[in-house]
Design a protein around this ligand. Structure first.
Ligand code: GDP
Ligand code: MG
Length: 439
């Protein structure tokens, strides 16, 4: 899987203090490949990779033992940034009618999304009115009427009309008369972009002056999402994007392309055919989906969050002076007593790799609990200076905590092994690494 691939590519980055173009190459290749597989268009991927490389090169690695994760974090943060900002407000006017125009290719989900938005408004006790402005297909009016009946929302339609501008204007007028607060215009689409369609939409935009114009994009669209989004963006003043059909396995890379081209907020995602299958857009979830490395990213972020700046400095001081005790160690473990996090945690601390392996070799969470239990059963003096733990003390601790005596020996041994390493790192020659931790 991509995640495994990234892990192994990043292994080659292990122990390198800085990210360079050379040492990131393999990792970035995989990220690139993953984005292409997610259907982000080629040109968008290229410009993204350039940007990320530029940002990452020369960046010192916070987690000096895991620069690969630092790279993942840079990529992730950049994607979240690009896909933002979060804005799923419909920006309804304080008084008067707010007009929302939906546009997009045929089959992208415009009409369905009109229903979903109506449902959303109704839940907030806001009265919508739907306007059947798709005059291309005879069945389009009936489709909207059915939705209106299902949701108990009024639909304005003119049988046999041929000017969508007039229909929209009449629809807005009716909304004003009926006291509806929102008008949603369901416009026509084509299978491919054509001039006539674009002209028609541009005319509605110009004459009806909708307050919000949303482009509806099929989440299963691939590489050509860039072209169609570009065409709509040129013809209309878009205010937002809705991406539908993200309930399947589509990875939604088109979203990145569409965002790149239009620059407008992504408002909602459609996750099903039912009217409640509309979710406000959240860049974090989408980013994990596009990169297909949600777990890895989540763990890296969690590790960052857990050891905050002040704690790092305190630990660093203690390591420098050789004063790190089993209590400090316990404190760390209590924070990360969740399976999988232990390794990430240890990776944050220079020189903790050996301990990490030890912790991982025990059954993660259970092992941590045991260790914490053992330390709890020690006296203050023993925690400060575990060397004094002799056979008698060990037996007492083992009894008190229900942990095997041999596990206590191992814990103390590993801790003692780490101390000089930590001191050496803090004191001589490893200042660079300590510096890294502060960033
Ligand atoms: P329009 O031509 O743009 O108005 O597209 P429609 O609203 O008629 O939708 C086309 C098809 O896509 C219909 O079968 C919808 O049920 C389906 N559809 C729309 N949105 C979603 C979605 O979020 N998920 C799924 N699975 N299907 C959707
Ligand atoms: Mg339609």
């Amino acid at each position: 899987s991509l995640s495994d691939g990234l892990q192994s590519a990043f292994k080659s980055l292990r122990g390198k203090g800085k990210l360079t173009e050379a040492n990131m190459r393999d990792g970035l290749k995989l990220v690139e490949q993953s984005m292409l597989e997610a259907d982000v268009s080629y040109s968008v991927v290229q410009s993204f990779m350039e940007h990320v490389t530029e940002k990452a090169v020369g960046r010192r690695v916070l987690m000096s033992l895991r620069p690969g994760e630092e790279l993942v974090k840079i990529v992730y943060d950049e994607l979240v940034d690009i896909l933002g900002p979060v804005d799923s407000s419909l920006h309804l006017k304080a008084d008067g009618v707010t007009v929302i125009m939906m546009c997009g290719l045929q089959g992208s989900g415009k009409t369905t999304t009109c229903g979903k938005l109506s449902q959303l408004l109704k839940e907030q006790n806001i009265k919508p009115l739907l306007v059947a402005a798709d005059l291309q297909r005879p069945a389009a009016i009936e489709q909207l009427r059915v939705i209106g009946r299902q949701l108990d929302v009024p639909v304005y339609a003119e049988e046999g009309a041929n000017d969508p501008v007039k229909v929209c204007q009449a629809g807005v007028k009716q909304a004003q008369q009926q006291g509806a607060r929102v008008v949603i215009l369901d416009t026509a689409g084509r299978l491919a972009i054509d001039k006539e369609l674009m002209d028609q939409l541009a005319r509605i935009d110009k004459r009806v002056k909708p307050d919000q114009v949303y482009l509806v994009v099929d989440g299963m669209t691939g590489q050509d999402a860039v072209n169609s989004a570009g065409a709509f963006n040129e013809a209309l003043e878009l205010d937002g994007v809705v991406m539908t059909k993200l309930d399947g396995d589509a990875r939604g890379g088109a979203l990145l392309s569409v965002k790149h081209v239009t620059g407008v907020p992504i408002k909602f995602i459609g996750t099903g055919e039912h009217f409640d299958a509309l979710e406000p857009f959240r860049p974090e979830g989408m980013t994990g989906r596009i990169l297909q490395m949600g777990d890895m990213v989540a763990a890296a972020r969690e590790a960052h969050r857990i050891v905050d700046e002040s704690q790092r400095e305190e630990l660093e001081e203690k390591m420098k002076s050789g004063e790190m005790t089993l209590d400090d160690f316990k404190g760390l473990m209590e924070k990360v007593a969740k399976p999988g996090l232990m390794g990430k945690m240890m990776g944050l601390m220079p020189g903790m790799g050996q301990l990490k392996d030890l912790m991982n070799s025990e059954e993660a969470a259970g092992g941590i609990k045991q260790t914490i239990g053992a330390i709890n059963s020690m006296t203050l003096e023993e925690r400060r200076n575990p060397k004094i733990i002799d056979i008698a003390r060990r037996t007492r601790i083992a009894k008190g905590s229900g942990v095997q005596a041999s596990a206590i020996t191992q814990l103390v041994k590993q801790f003692e092994q780490m101390k000089p390493i930590m001191q050496a790192m803090a004191g001589g020659g490893m200042g660079d690494r300590m510096q890294l931790m502060r960033q």
